[in-house]
Design a protein around this ligand. Structure first.
Ligand code: HXC
Ligand code: NAP
Length: 263
């Protein structure tokens, strides 16, 4: 059950890059439920329209590739023209696949860096003069890959580490009027990301044992954290990465538990 009251985000305009599916769509929907004006962006126009329809009347579904600065900026200008200055901008577009570095082409590595890291720069840089000041709140969606070295994830680890540092630098530079934070979800049920990273039963079981909470998270749990970061309860929170991961950042919870009879 949510701690947030109906109408909390009334009169706010929220733009979610990569908000046409999964976790980011869940965030967009939650802001919509709390009465915000919402726009989502992805590459596929039909998917973007369906996402907007699922958020509710008045939501905008826009199509652009975050690797393209001009197209991304144009989409955000359209949002401002139709919905007003941006109060909340979420950068969550990402690409990922499992691949050993030794078998990864330069283009494969560059593709993930381009979508995740350069895309986040494009979204945040592009929205800079479109934000309502003071009070605007930016959120980058990062991942545990930013701080944990994970085999087959050279591209995602490098990209997400870059995002974490970008968050910190922008929080410093834009601090007086704009707060900049990140959310680092753990493994989240029903998402494309986990379908790619844990495609079979055994892989999923191995994940559960390692997480202190012994379960995957729900999209709604990430969305609640996003609302908190943009709410009047977080007005002195900037430059932080909020882990919404059941304690995963603490390390492997299965270590030693079998030997001690705690498993
Ligand atoms: C090796 C691969 C590959 C794979 C693609 N490539 N898939 N290499 N193994 N499985 C290579 C291609 O061969 C190509 O290199 C290069 O990557 C670019 O591929 P394209 O298909 O041309 O790229 P594009 O059409 O731009 O698509 C981007 C994509 C795609 C990332 C490859 O999968 C995508 O659109 N993904 C978006 C959805 C997604 O990934 N969602 C999950 C996010 S979750 P060459 O050399 O052949 O040209 C996430 C989880 C984080 O981030 C943490 C969870 C805990
Ligand atoms: P998802 O459903 O695949 O969502 C990705 C979104 O980004 C889609 O809306 C996609 O739409 C859009 N997108 C992808 N490439 C784009 C591009 N180049 N330009 C514009 N939009 C683009 O993924 P998810 O699993 O929910 O993950 C969402 C976010 O959470 C990502 O940042 C991911 O790294 C992070 N995360 C996920 C997990 C997890 O458990 N799933 C864990 C930790 C962190 P189009 O395909 O139409 O472009």
């Amino acid at each position: 059950m949510s701690a947030f009251t109906d109408g909390l985000m009334a009169d706010r305009t929220v733009f979610v890059a990569g908000g046409t599916s999964g976790i980011n769509l869940g965030i967009a929907k939650r802001f919509g439920e709390l009465a915000a004006r919402v726009a989502v962006l992805g590459r596929n126009p039909e998917k973007a329209k369906a996402a907007a329809d699922s958020i509710g009347a008045g939501a905008l579904g826009l199509s652009a590739d975050v690797r393209d600065y001009a197209a991304t900026r144009e989409a955000m200008e359209q949002v401002v023209a139709e919905l007003g200055p941006l109060d909340v901008v979420v950068s969550g577009a990402a690409g990922n696949f499992l691949a050993p570095a030794a078998q990864m082409s330069a283009n494969a590595f560059r593709t993930v860096i381009d979508i995740d890291l350069n895309g986040t720069f494009n979204v945040f840089r592009g929205c800079y003069d479109l934000l309502r000041r003071p009070g605007a709140s930016l959120i980058a969606i990062t991942a545990g890959q930013a701080v944990n070295a994970i085999p087959l994830q050279a591209h995602a680890c490098a990209a997400k580490a870059g995002i974490n540092q970008l968050v910190r630098v922008l929080a410093m530079e834009w601090g007086p009027e704009v707060r900049v934070n990140g959310i680092s979800p753990g493994p989240i049920s029903g998402t494309e990301g986990m379908a790619r990273l844990a495609p079979d039963h055994d892989a999923r079981e191995a994940y559960y044992a390692r997480i202190p909470m012994r379960r995957w998270g729900e999209i709604e749990e990430v969305a609640e954290a996003a609302v908190f970061l943009c709410s009047s309860s977080a007005t002195y929170v900037s430059g932080t990465i909020l882990d919404v991961d059941g304690g995963s950042q603490l390390g492997d919870a299965s270590r030693g538990t079998a030997a001690k009879g705690l498993a």
